[in-house]
Design a protein around this ligand. Sequence first.
Ligand code: ZN
Length: 410
Amino acid sequence: MLLKRILKKTLKVKRHKVVKVDYSDNQLNFYLDVHKRRRLPCGTCQTFAPQRDRLPQRQIKHVPLWGIPVLLHYRPVRVSCPKCGGPRVEDIPFTSGKSRMTNGLVWTLSSMAKLLPWQTVSQMFNVSWNTVQSAVKQAVDYGMKHRDTGKVIYIGIDEVSRRKGHTYMTVVYDLEEKRILWSGQGRKKETLEAFFKEHGNSLKGSLKAVCCDMWQSYIDVVKEHVDEDVVLVFDKFHIVQHLNQAVDEVRKQEAITLKKDNPELLKKTRYIWLKNPENLTDKQRARLGYLEKLNLKVNRAYLLKESFRDFWDYRYPAAAKKYLAKWFWWATHSRLEPLRDFAWMLRKHQQGIINYFKCRVTNGVTEGMNNKVKTIVKRCYGFRTIPTLQLALYHCLGKLPEPENMHKFV
Ligand SMILES: [Zn+2]
């Protein structure tokens, strides 16, 4: 019968046969069996061994056919494995371990779950949300086991908040391959320590630089766990972000002092001060032109921010250092407290900032990924737990390997 042949082909089985097909309760049932005298590979060590006995019948879901659910019924064989020294379950070719899905279904669901909300995938394939999650988990487990982390040159450490101001996660990126290497709950010392515990050894030899924010917990852990010749670079994007926050703080303070006399003056000017001038709209530019003439504190902060952009254009560490010293003097004499604080923060972390001119790495690529992370969080509102969110992150942004030919059935 044609259906039997098609199933055998999509399962890619040789030692197993389809003995019966029926259609009942709106589903297609396939009953499988194995050739009696065949030696079968042991599930633990792959050694071929004689059959011993059978386990109770298992139901395994396969990819739906024309939208009709497909269920396989099979009693797995236990073999007497000479190598393992005892009864072991055979290596069933179309499913892994105790999974209740065929490999084909696992890879079909998991590849759809990369593109669509899990809820949608579960509706499309008429399976539960948990089944989709379990498929993704199997795909991620496989990928994590088979991925290559031996040649990571630059890592970027960043944090992701699940909701604004809530639950932080530390994420470690492979900046060359643009993939998530690792993620962990929280942003404490212990969080990052867990990463180095897992990956520290495999990074040795290949790792050249670590890029992160000027966050003391991270700095301490990095210094403790990497070799001396690995360069610690403070991330440009974070530095710019801190500077923008300082400018914005000046604006807020000044808006408060202006509240009585001129409450409208600084209204809705936040982005005028924060954007690069070339990105302003005509309207914003006109308003800035007007505000610039008023000798405002925020304008002084703005000019300091703009002059700091030149810093990144230096080519040599020594020249950059000289410019930084000049800028430090301006900022500390600006009588603008947020800018002064920022300048002192730079001074405190000077070495790591100048290191950018020795090794130009930034977490820039992670900005794009960060947005994807946010989309994933939003898209999958079913993620109530951090482990599920981590699963989705590895799945979508881990660039994990997949077995060959998994998406082709025939
Ligand atoms: Zn064995």
